[in-house]
Design a protein around this ligand. Structure first.
Ligand code: ZN
Ligand code: FE
Ligand code: FE
Ligand code: FE
Length: 174
């Protein structure tokens, strides 16, 4: 049996600041994984508008990595990524999908589906991080993370818009 004081000795997540730091490390990993994966999705896309949208989001993602690194400032700890298993899983699914034979517009529709799962995961995590940064009074981090969440939301909306035409084309192929 462990007494409460004994249990506390083993706890590494003592405060919301610890949770924030841990989740920020997860996000740093997620963004870094996306920097490596987005080019693969670009290569497989057919629709030029989709290619452009993904390329633009890739260059945004590179800047997002830098912002997340800067957001560590107020934690007083060094920016070190911790593997985001969720993004790793979403990327595995995307890679499996990209390997399969598909009509070009159907593949584009599938690429959008995978990309939007990634965007939604990012939006969820940045949402939490923004709320926590606000509670903790990490003003600089909050400002940086808000910039990132805004970009993710815009990217997500753009993909929904592109899907309208692509899905229509995907219904008439094959
Ligand atoms: Zn113990
Ligand atoms: Fe991102
Ligand atoms: Fe994660
Ligand atoms: Fe994104």
């Amino acid at each position: 049996m462990h007494s409460i004081s004994d249990w506390r000795i083993h706890v590494t997540m003592k405060t919301l600041a610890d949770a924030f730091h841990d989740e920020l490390r997860d996000m740093l990993s997620a963004e870094k994984q996306l920097v490596k994966t987005l080019p693969k999705m670009v290569k497989k896309a057919t629709c030029e508008k989709l290619t452009t949208a993904l390329e633009e989001h890739l260059s945004e993602t590179e800047k997002q990595v830098e912002r997340v690194e800067k957001a560590f400032g107020e934690t007083g700890r060094s920016p070190r990524a911790k593997t985001c298993e969720a993004m790793k899983g979403l990327i595995t699914e995307a890679e499996d999908m990209l390997k399969r034979e598909a009509e070009p517009s159907v593949r584009d529709a599938l690429i959008i589906a995978c990309a939007q799962k990634m965007e939604h995961y990012e939006i969820a995590t940045y949402g939490t991080l923004c709320t926590w940064a606000e509670s903790l009074g990490y003003d600089n981090a909050l400002q940086l993370l808000k910039q990132n969440i805004n970009e993710e939301e815009t990217a997500d909306e753009k993909l929904s818009e592109l899907a309208k035409t692509i899905n229509k084309n995907a219904m008439t192929t094959g």
